[in-house]
Design a binder for this molecule. Structure first.
Ligand code: SF4
Length: 557
């Protein structure tokens, strides 16, 4: 039995083998659980996504814990399931108090409480202190800052003032890592999340990072001390990484280095602390396209790499200046290219990057420009070229679109694509491409491409002590790179063809024919790529087996 159950619904059940599934823990729930526990409140985390649980299993587990409170988080994709879970849990006798939290629920709080009578409260913004106060002051919720709630007797909804941002992030206890404990028992590995800072000092028009963590005021950016972060990494290293249970860490900070002197100095101190304690775990960070520059930051990148920085995810969004202006990015494409080239030279430009190909103001010219840049940087995957702006509740762009008549009558805030385009042809094209993402061939091709690109460097790392094996892999690797380039070219040429087709009003049956041709070529190329990767795997297996046999023979002699 637990006082509180915290739930993260699954997005969809995956075949772990086939989908190259990596376990990924839910940092937000781990942080809230740690704060509740520190206040003497017992908590069970049921992370449906990390553990690949069905909705039914998840509900059964939650009810078995007989909690007094159930907290559910979700993003727009998991929203319907989250509501269904809440409905089921609320329907039992002596039903628990149900609250929801996280970014999506924060900005949809009015709507959720108005439409779903079984949800009792929404925790808005940072959840650590608010959740503890909610539970400890359950009978007088009017005193709890940071919640919207339904009065249990009258059913009336009240909106309490938002909570001021937590001043010192070092005061927050380290996140509970239930997923890693699960991995320990089940001999699996996990990718884990970390927050080393909160907030962002920019206000891009499609993003809530600059408001979510400080709804009730407070500093735009708060950073944990390098010592505090290193203390947490040290525990993770000692307890899990040493036993090969952590694949890597994602630093979820909105913008790991914001370009300021303080930010760079802080990052440098953090790197020194990690190196000094010898607690290196590979980590990936998010940055803007102008956060670092070749002129000023080589030393910083060198030390961060020594501390484990393995990859940088840039919020590129688009290579068209008009699009970037629509997004309020306050960045020039030239600066972005300089940063990207700098990261490539340092071998830390991530395989996946943030892209928003289509937005309500897209032009054919802008789409072509972005597609050409994607090809140049080997990022021309079908997935990237079909991505469409997701209009999250709370973002600035909503009022602009609304005032310009481009917003559909949004019924639910989780319908993030319910807007119109200025150009009807581009809208049709965007809908056509996004629907293709449900095609099994596209799903499979995207998964294999992503997997192979990530797995080859890992395979190289695993045999880094054997130069003879690396020599054997080299010719296969050249073929793999050639094939990846070919696939990018194929995707790009299909995309450019589709642009021209919609621009010149080519009939739909012809467009469908292009699709069939493209899918069959793409499928063949991706299967070739998969075969090449399997050749590589077989080469490694065979070489390692031979080494083991030779060693045994040598020992016997
Ligand atoms: S998109 Fe990036 S830079 Fe812009 S507000 Fe969001 S986190 Fe900050």
């Amino acid at each position: 039995m637990s006082d509180v159950v915290l739930i993260n619904p699954n997005i969809n059940i995956v075949d772990k083998e086939k989908d190259h599934y990596s376990v990924l823990d839910h940092l937000g729930l781990g942080l809230v659980a740690a704060s509740l526990e520190r206040s003497g409140i017992s908590v069970e985390i049921i992370d449906g996504y990390a553990l690949n649980l069905s909705k039914e299993v998840l509900i059964e587990k939650a009810l078995r814990a007989k909690p007094s409170f159930v907290g559910i988080t979700c993003n727009f994709i998991g929203f319907e399931d989250a509501i269904d879970i809440a409905r089921n849990i609320a329907s039992v006798d002596n039903n628990p108090f149900i609250f929801m939290g996280g970014e999506h629920c924060t900005y949809s709080a009015d709507e959720i409480l108005a439409n779903y009578h079984f949800v009792d409260a929404i925790v808005r913004g940072e959840g650590e202190i608010t959740s503890v106060e909610l539970i400890n002051n359950f009978n007088i919720l009017s005193n709890v800052a940071g919640i919207y709630y339904r009065d249990q007797k009258s059913g009336k909804v009240f909106k309490n003032p938002d909570r001021k941002a937590i001043d010192n992030l070092d005061d927050i206890p380290f996140a509970r890592r239930d997923t890693l404990d699960y991995c320990k028992t089940h001999k699996e590995t996990s990718i884990i999340g970390m927050l080393t800072q909160r907030g962002c000092n920019l206000d891009c028009h499609f993003c809530n990072a600059h408001t979510f963590f400080r709804l009730g005021g407070g500093k735009f950016i708060r950073r944990r001390s390098p010592q505090n972060i290193a203390d947490e990494i040290e525990i993770l290293h000692e307890k899990y990484y040493r036993f090969n249970m952590i694949e890597k860490m994602y630093f979820y900070d909105a913008n790991f280095i914001d370009g300021s002197r303080q930010s760079k100095q802080w990052a440098q101190e953090l790197a020194h602390e990690i190196i000094k304690r010898n607690i290196i775990i590979p980590f990936e960070v998010y940055m803007r396209g102008d956060s670092v520059s070749p002129e000023h930051d080589q030393e910083l990148i060198d030390i961060l790499k020594k501390a484990g920085l393995s990859s940088v995810f840039i919020g590129i969004e688009s290579f068209d200046q008009n699009d970037l202006n629509v997004f309020g990015k306050k960045i020039e494409t030239d600066n972005m290219e300089r940063t990207i080239n700098f990261l490539i030279e340092n071998d830390i430009f991530g395989l996946t990057q943030g892209l928003i190909m289509f937005n309500p103001y897209s032009t054919f010219q802008g789409l072509r420009r972005t597609a050409d840049f994607l090809l140049k940087y080997n990022l021309a995957s079908f997935w990237n070229m079909s991505q469409k702006l997701q209009l999250f509740p709370g973002v600035k762009l909503i009022s602009k679109l609304s005032s310009e008549g481009l917003l559909d009558n949004k019924i639910n805030s989780n319908e993030v694509y319910s807007y119109k385009f200025q150009s009807q042809s581009i809208e049709k094209m965007s809908n056509y491409l996004i629907a293709m993402n449900d095609n099994p061939i596209v799903i499979n091709d995207n998964a294999i491409m992503r997997y192979v690109r990530g797995a080859v460097p890992e395979l190289y790392k695993s045999v880094s002590d054997f130069p003879d094996i690396i020599k054997l892999l080299h010719p296969i690797n050249l073929l793999i790179n050639k094939k990846i380039k070919e696939i990018n070219e194929l995707n790009h040429s299909y995309f450019v063809n589709i642009i021209s087709s919609y621009e010149s009003g080519v009939p739909q049956d012809k467009i469908d024919k292009y699709k069939s041709e493209y899918l069959s070529s793409s499928d063949k190329s991706v299967r070739d790529l998969d075969n090449l990767y399997n050749d590589m795997l077989r080469t490694v297996d065979k070489s390692l087996s031979e080494k083991i046999i030779n060693n045994k023979v040598a020992e016997t002699i």
